[in-house]
Design a protein around this ligand. Structure first.
Ligand SMILES: C[S@@+](CC[C@H](N)C(=O)[O-])C[C@H]1O[C@@H](n2cnc3c(N)ncnc32)[C@H](O)[C@@H]1O
Length: 405
């Protein structure tokens, strides 16, 4: 679902699981038909499985959908079970005008909501998407705006009331991204998990570090935005939410291939004052494709510049594995949640050739753009924040001058 952004009214996060359920009587009376491929994605099954199960080839009735919702194989993807029919009904006749004309040769940065802008890109034109979205319940970014999501929630991405909401919204973005990726293209999704804790939501990693160093003596209740932990249907206080694993599972359920879940072993991390669990030292990068054999060349790992994804001989073996030991970003340039250029650099190097188009729909300060230009690709970046987009523009402008385009 796309739409205008709403002004955000800051609301504390209370992860109360809603108690809505399916309205069978209403569905039984409906007289619609839905494209089978579209239904398959929303019930978390392959189109082949849906064809075999329903005996239908192209279109399904609401009664077929009801049957699928009742199967043990049903899995939620973009909307919860109770909203599947209304989602299918609103999206069935929606026509998207894909009239985006990128402005490369080198790079093009646009201000706006990623979901809206991705929907305007012509299908199968992007070779590689690499991104790091907001993580759930962790950070207030500059210029936050509320997005109206397909499941009905209206909030800035990352500030959902429940981790389930965040996973659904991530799946919605990923589904829209999959439409614009070429058949042999790749999506690389950098994400970190969250814990279901009572915590304050901060503006930057620098602010979090100051707090760890004892330089912030505000109590939880004195913070601008807070997260509670009670009210979830199964998550207990202090428990890890398993968001990266659930995102990977959803990618598979909407018909994509999960090629690898890569561990980014960080060389430095924030201190964590917890005595009942180990500290976190990693993030994940999920490699997702549309087909079994995407464009992929491992050899570049041994020859590329270390700063742009090549092997770091001090920490990494000659064989490229699913554990990547990369520096964390220094956090300069005015954006408090950056990845290092080596991370997008490696993803881009492995899955593109010079001249290919790379997209980062949550571009922040532009590190993926710098990496794309370094590897000879053109680049498209989106961000909802003018503040961050200006930073990215300055950096890419300087890089193109330096690279002599
Ligand atoms: C984790 S940061 C990305 C940082 C980036 N990888 C870097 O190295 O600078 C996430 C970014 O997503 C942007 N953002 C949040 N919601 C968005 C939305 N709905 N559409 C586009 N950008 C959004 C934020 O403004 C923020 O810059």
């Amino acid at each position: 679902m796309t739409g205008a952004h709403a002004t955000w009214q800051p609301t504390d996060i209370k992860p109360h699981t809603p108690r809505t359920s399916l309205d069978r009587n209403h569905i039984a009376q409906l007289d619609h038909s839905y494209r089978l491929e579209e239904v398959a994605k929303v019930v978390g099954m392959s189109a082949l499985f849906v064809r075999k199960t329903t005996g239908q080839k192209e279109f399904l009735t609401p009664q077929h959908v009801l049957h699928l919702l009742d199967l043990d194989a049903f899995k939620e993807t973009i909307v919860p079970r109770s909203k599947v029919i209304s989602y299918l009904t609103t999206t069935h006749n929606a026509v998207q005008e894909r009239n985006f004309i990128p402005n490369p040769p080198n790079y093009d940065l646009r201000l706006g909501n990623a979901l809206d802008l991705i929907g305007t890109i012509p299908t199968s034109t992007v070779q590689c998407a690499i991104t790091s979205t907001p993580y759930w319940g962790t950070r207030i970014y500059e210029d936050p705006q509320a997005t109206p999501w397909a499941d009905g929630e209206i909030c800035p991405y990352g500030l959902e009331q429940t981790p389930e909401g965040f996973i659904r919204h991530t799946t919605e973005v990923m589904d829209s991204l999959a439409q614009v990726i070429t058949d042999d293209g790749s999506i690389w999704w950098n994400v970190m998990d969250s814990f279901n804790t009572r915590t304050q939501i901060r503006n930057s990693a620098a602010e979090a570090l100051r707090a760890m160093e004892g330089k912030d003596d505000r109590k939880w209740e004195e913070h601008f935005l807070r997260r509670y932990s009670a009210g979830h249907s199964y998550l207990k206080d202090g428990e890890q939410c398993l968001i990266p694993a659930l995102i990977a599972e959803r990618a598979s359920q909407i018909g994509l291939y999960v090629k690898s879940i890569i561990t980014w072993a960080k060389r430095s991390t924030l201190p964590e004052p917890h005595n009942s669990r180990v500290s976190r030292g990693l993030e994940y990068v999920i490699h997702i494709t549309k087909t079994r054999t995407p464009k992929f060349d491992k050899r570049i790992y041994l020859t590329a510049d270390k700063q742009y994804g090549g092997r770091d001989e001090s920490y990494e073996a000659e064989k490229l594995s699913d554990v990547w030991v990369l520096n964390t970003s220094t956090g300069g340039n005015g954006h408090g949640a950056q990845f290092p250029t080596a991370l997008p650099g490696r993803c881009i190097a492995l899955s593109t050739e010079p001249g290919d188009l790379v997209l980062d729909p949550f571009v922040g300060s532009g590190n993926s753009g710098l990496a794309a230009l370094h590897h000879g690709c053109s680049f498209l970046g989106f961000d909802i924040s003018q503040t961050y987009l200006s930073i990215a523009k300055d950096r890419l402008e300087t890089a193109t001058r330096y690279l002599n385009y």
